[in-house]
Design a protein around this ligand. Structure first.
Ligand SMILES: N[C@@H]1[C@@H](O)[C@H](O)[C@@H](COP(=O)(O)O)O[C@@H]1O
Length: 243
């Protein structure tokens, strides 16, 4: 951990690590701590950010088979077995080595209304103890893009150009990136007892700054986390460079 004075006007607990690897180890410690103090439902995220955390989880001796996992989002229109689906991501990065008792991810092929209802019911039935989050370069969380109401539960979100652009690296071309996604809403995310957000790299520095020090506004979705009582933010030095 780096001892650095940073500007953090929020009550969020901010931990700065050297890099993504160290950040993943620190996040793993916090996940373990939560599980040992009875967390039974983990909210999980995809993207490159949680990869090092999932690597630690895969390598650990911890048994996750009594826990429930609920993922944040899934691309609309992608079947579960699509190489770029978040189902595939979770299978490859975690579940193939560490199965959970039950794992929920939105069904990308589901009927919009029914899938939204089904997912909201799941979140109601299994309240999330610890929610893992990444953050987009435009400060989105889950797939809640700037402008999304803070009162939204699960819904279908139209992805912004910035997000499509950032995520095209996983697809053959920009045209192949789905334009819509099912996402837990901000309200659903805020209902988690604890939140652990990670951000690594220079490209996240501005979003991290605005999340911690900017006004709370729907234009900066992650800024709403300033209102939650139990948020830990793990960032590397590059993501902390604008603080
Ligand atoms: N829906 C995901 C988010 O859950 C993720 O936090 C974000 C950042 O991605 P990455 O971690 O690859 O930078 O973008 C994606 O669009």
């Amino acid at each position: 951990m780096i001892d650095k004075t940073i500007k953090n006007n929020s009550k969020m607990n901010v931990i700065i690590t050297k890099d993504k690897v160290e950040g993943g180890k620190k996040a793993f410690e916090l996940v373990e701590k939560a599980i040992h103090s009875d967390a039974a439902v983990l909210g999980l995220a995809t993207g490159s950010t949680p990869e090092t955390l999932y690597k630690e989880m895969r390598a650990s001796n911890t048994d996750y088979s009594n826990l429930i996992s609920i993922n944040l989002d899934e691309y609309k229109g992608l079947p579960a077995d699509h190489p770029q689906s978040y189902h595939t991501f979770m299978q490859e990065n975690l579940f193939k080595d560490k199965p959970f008792k039950k794992s929920f991810i939105p069904d990308g092929l589901g009927d919009e209304d029914e899938e939204v209802k089904r997912y909201n019911k799941i979140i109601e039935e299994y309240p999330i103890d610890l929610q893992i989050l990444g953050i987009g370069t435009n400060a989105h969380i889950g797939f809640n893009e700037p402008g999304t109401s803070f009162l939204q539960e699960t819904h279908v979100e139209k992805l912004t150009e910035a997000t499509i652009n950032a995520n095209k690296r996983y697809f053959e071309s920009e045209e192949d990136v789905p334009k819509y996604a099912f996402s837990m809403g901000i309200k659903s995310i805020l209902s988690a007892k604890k939140i652990l957000l990670m951000a690594f790299g220079e490209s996240k520095a501005e979003a991290v700054h605005d999340m911690l020090n900017g006004p709370i506004t729907e234009q900066v979705p992650a800024s709403i986390l300033q209102t939650h009582d139990d948020v830990t933010v793990i960032i590397d030095e590059a993501a902390a460079s604008k603080l």
